[in-house]
Design a protein around this ligand. Sequence first.
Ligand SMILES: Cc1cc2nc3c(=O)[nH]c(=O)nc-3n(C[C@H](O)[C@H](O)[C@H](O)COP(=O)(O)O)c2cc1C
Length: 194
Amino acid sequence: MKVLAIGGSLREESNTNKLVKKIAEETGAEYEFLELKNMNIKPCTGCMECMMNEGQCSIDDDMLKIYDKLMTVDALIVGSPTYYLDVSAAVKALIDRSMALNYRGIGPMANEDMPWLGQHPLSGKLGVSVVTVAGAGHERALESLRIWMADCHCLELVAQLAEPVGMGDVDEMPEVIQRAVDAGKKLGEALRVS
Ligand SMILES: Cc1cc2nc3c(=O)[nH]c(=O)nc-3n(C[C@H](O)[C@H](O)[C@H](O)COP(=O)(O)O)c2cc1C
């Protein structure tokens, strides 16, 4: 069982990324931890080359590696800081660029009446989402991740964490860390029975 864990904050010592890593560690499964701050993922240009070219994205950047990893893992953990009540721009780029996967010719049809929506190659994989927020406004960020992972890519979300952390460090917040540990263990158990 393999897990891909993506920390969506670009900040050094990011709380979001620490929680994503902690969740991955606690699954007990083999995992790869990526941080978007170390990756170059440009925004989708809407060229629709992916639709015409079997899911191949026209942008040559680090998203090409993530496509292949997404296809092979059993579970995905994604975290985003809350920026203006929603996910960050870096995470939104990841979300938008993932559309190319729909045109690889793999998985159940998204909608038989709308074939241009493509297919769901990640269908049935497991997922965990996590958002951090200084004070308020995490709801839409969490919902954006849920819509992307569960509604758009048909992942089964086993946990969704929203953690208000103020200006602090999650390493000094045992209750927050414990929720990440619990989410990781839950994902690990779900992976073992799946
Ligand atoms: C551009 C920007 C927008 C933000 N918007 C919000 C917000 O709407 N509500 C809030 O409570 N915190 C907001 N914050 C604070 C971050 O959500 C918070 O510090 C988050 O935990 C940072 O995560 P990180 O440590 O993983 O980078 C914002 C921060 C930045 C830089």
